[in-house]
Design a protein around this ligand. Structure first.
Ligand SMILES: NC(=O)c1ccc[n+]([C@@H]2O[C@H](COP(=O)([O-])OP(=O)(O)OC[C@H]3O[C@@H](n4cnc5c(N)ncnc54)[C@H](OP(=O)(O)O)[C@@H]3O)[C@@H](O)[C@H]2O)c1
Length: 325
């Protein structure tokens, strides 16, 4: 039987159990995939701890993105056949050697994208796509602030935002991460561990502040993020690596300059098949043309997913991390 990582109870990395699982054959509209590489994402930690409830309850297989090869297709599947190289960004179910998935959620991989690149970029790269092109349409001359610039989404978004003509400001917690972010599109990177990032943004922008702030750090940064915006700027809160943002009075948005605020998730932005196809195509285009480089900075065996999550959680990883079945 194929192996997978399964979670029977919420908790720390130790609840990730490597075990044999029954996969079965594909049902109506489904495809069976042999997975060759699996992406690691911070959202996997939210599902593990229970911050986000797993869609089908416990036990469940975590994992939000992967690449592989189609082994079998179920009834009423068109467009895919055994042998196709494919990738996906689904909520859970990817920490597995084999999995079933709705064909509607799959995209075919172009020749010039490797399995490991695809596994490490589908969720993170389509997130960068919708944040930069749809949640707020970044245009030449805009100033963008992104926290945790050396992270998985960060290194992709930095390169893409630079290509769109923005001035890209980032934050990161160490000198090494700052250098890495600067090599991936960020014009300025502030060490937010030892520097007041609001004051630094004010100095960099000559007091104009930012058109948009993308904040996935949450609790530790959200108030400062609001102060980094120009009047009527856009605050995009899309994650909580440091903890959830506490409830606050929306009057704060008025006081700080009639700000806009949104709390988006990728799954809304790719819910329609046509949006998934467009988002993946835009990502394959910028990666294929070398505008966005996807470097795999860490790999772990699938059975060591607990160690991989512990490293991500304790800020020891940079960029993209891939688990290998
Ligand atoms: N809403 C969506 O559609 C969506 C989609 C994808 C990802 N996300 C969110 O985007 C964020 C980035 O995801 P990712 O997978 O690419 O992770 P990541 O950025 O590689 O890792 C998280 C980073 O957050 C920073 N951080 C700050 N305070 C932290 C703390 N107390 N504990 C841990 N990390 C802390 C760390 O960078 P420093 O050491 O430099 O501070 C860390 O490396 C996550 O919050 C994720 O949930 C949201």
């Amino acid at each position: 039987m194929p192996k997978a990582i399964r979670i029977h109870e919420n908790g720390g990395p130790e609840v990730l159990k490597y075990e044999e699982v029954e996969v079965g054959s594909p049902g109506e509209g489904q495809v069976l995939i042999r997975q060759t590489a699996i992406g690691l994402n911070f959202i996997d930690i939210y599902y593990r701890t229970g911050l986000y409830p797993a869609p089908g309850g416990l036990p469940f297989i975590p994992g939000g993105e992967a690449a592989g090869v189609v082994e079998a297709v179920g009834p009423n599947v068109s467009g895919f056949e055994p042998g196709d190289r494919v990738a996906h960004a689904a909520g859970t179910g990817s920490y597995a050697e084999k999995r079933l998935i709705a064909a509607d959620r799959l995209v075919k991989l172009p020749q010039n994208i490797s399995d490991q690149q695809a596994a490490g970029m589908m969720l993170k790269g389509m997130t960068a796509e919708y944040l930069l092109l749809r949640t707020f349409k970044v245009k030449p001359g805009d100033t963008v602030l992104y926290h945790a610039a050396a992270g998985g989404v960060g290194l992709i978004l930095g390169q893409w935002a630079k290509h769109l003509g923005a001035t890209v400001i980032g934050t990161a917690s160490s000198a090494e991460k700052i250098e890495l972010a600067k090599a991936h599109g960020f014009d300025h990177v502030i060490n937010y561990r030892d520097t007041d990032f609001v004051a630094a943004v004010r100095e960099i922008t000559g007091g104009k502040m930012c058109d948009v702030v993308y904040d996935s750090v949450g609790k530790d940064t959200y108030l400062g993020s609001l102060d980094c915006l120009r009047p009527m700027g856009m605050f995009v809160t899309f994650g909580q690596s440091s903890g959830a943002i506490p409830p606050f009075n929306t009057g704060l948005l008025a006081q700080k300059g009639s700000l806009f605020m949104t709390r988006p998730t990728l799954f809304t932005y790719i819910a329609k098949r046509e949006d998934l196809e467009k988002s993946a195509a835009a990502l394959f285009d910028v990666v294929g043309r070398g505008i966005v480089k996807i470097n795999i900075n860490q790999t772990y065996a699938l059975k060591d997913a607990g160690k991989a999550q512990a490293d991500l959680e304790s800020r020891r990883t940079t960029g993209t991390t891939v688990l290998l079945p």
